[in-house]
Design a protein around this ligand. Structure first.
Ligand SMILES: *[C@@H]1O[C@H](CO)[C@@H](O)[C@H](O)[C@H]1NC(C)=O
Ligand SMILES: *[C@@H]1O[C@H](CO)[C@@H](O)[C@H](O)[C@H]1NC(C)=O
Length: 330
């Protein structure tokens, strides 16, 4: 009992220990534990906390071999140039960074986590996040990214978590996520995607969590079914999308077997009389289109190898009325 208490006290003393060397505006620690809001204890030290110091760049006189640097809530307007090469975790959330220069990460060979949430990044150039041996987590949520181009996230053998929530992404080019053998979680919630092209989520063998909630997806063609991670432990968030339960969704519905977990996540928005019903509960024969659309084949069904020929796996015409614009082949 007393031994346990003593251990607890020692532990509390360690975590309450005053930072060792106060730097200009930052507090730095080389003790065993390092707690930096909002991150819990990190064992990567030395670490410095420069939270909300009105900094415009990397402060001078950081400890040697710094492993962890929290620079959140500052006034940094461009990606810092002189980042210590020893850095393992770099937190730059809530600054005003607009772009990441090509090659910015190429000398940061120890970097495992980069957090750029809540900046004003509009564009991530292909290659920015490529060929890095250590990167494990990349956070780019709450920026203004509109498109993810081919090769943007490629050849990252350790990348496990990639967060792109709350951007304005309306287009992900095939091959945007390329050769990411360990990618486990991919967050795309609250974006503007109307379609998912074939090749977008393929070859991600470890992907278990794909968040597509609150996008503008409305139709999934038949070919989509086999491309989505469908294992028993895999989770796809499909909620809050304007799913159109009409003839365009019928081929996909016919592919549904009840075994893929994501099948349960598609709740109809249109037509009105099916609103709120789950697609899986609707008889395929009730998935009908009126007037012009009724005579239009689902756009990827004119060929058996829809994967390689159709350029899109959800209709990009989805936001327009089905009667005004019959679906077109590309
Ligand atoms: C940052 O700047 C604001 C506005 O000039 C000021 O009110 C605040 O005290 C500054 N914070 C620090 C930590 O210097
Ligand atoms: C990012 O988007 C927000 C919301 O749409 C907008 O208010 C802001 O001005 C944009 N910032 C940049 C840098 O484009």
């Amino acid at each position: 009992m007393w031994r346990k208490l003593r251990h607890l006290l020692i532990f509390l003393l360690i975590i309450l220990k005053e930072p060792n060397t106060p730097e200009a505006g930052c507090s730095c620690s080389t003790s065993t534990f390092c707690q930096i809001r909002p991150l819990w204890f990190t064992r990567r030290t030395p670490c410095c906390n420069c939270d909300g110091q009105n900094l415009t760049g990397i402060p001078p006189d950081l400890p040697e071999n710094i492993a962890f640097l929290y620079l959140g809530n500052n006034k940094i307007t461009s990606f810092p140039q002189n980042i210590p090469k020893s850095i393992g975790q770099l937190e730059l959330e809530n600054n005003q960074i607009r772009s990441i220069p090509p090659g910015a990460l190429s000398c940061l060979l120890q970097l495992v986590e980069l957090n750029l949430d809540k900046n004003g990044i509009t564009n991530v150039k292909p290659g920015t996040f490529s060929d890095h041996k250590m990167l494990y987590t990349v956070c780019l949520s709450s920026n203004n990214i509109t498109e993810i181009q081919t090769g943007t996230f490629s050849n990252l053998p350790e990348l496990k978590r990639l967060f792109l929530h709350d951007n304005q992404i309306n287009q992900i080019q095939p091959g945007a996520f390329l050769n990411l053998p360990k990618l486990w979680s991919l967050g795309l919630r609250s974006n503007r995607m109307t379609s998912i092209r074939p090749g977008t989520f393929t070859n991600l063998p470890k992907l278990e969590y794909l968040d597509l909630e609150a996008n503008r997806l409305s139709v999934l063609p038949q070919s989509a079914h086999g491309m989505l991670p469908a294992g028993i432990r895999k989770i796809i968030c499909f909620e809050k999308n304007p799913w159109q339960c009409d003839c365009r969704m019928r081929p996909f519905r016919l592919k549904m077997t009840g075994s893929a977990k994501f099948e349960n996540k598609i709740t109809c928005e249109h037509p009105a009389h099916l609103r709120g019903q789950k697609l899986k509960d609707i008889n395929p024969e009730d998935l009908i289109c009126k007037e012009t659309t009724a005579s239009t084949l689902p756009f990827d069904s004119h060929t058996s190898s829809a994967v390689s020929t159709s350029s899109s796996f959800a209709s990009t015409e989805s936001t327009t009325s089905p009667t005004a614009h019959p679906l077109s082949y590309r």
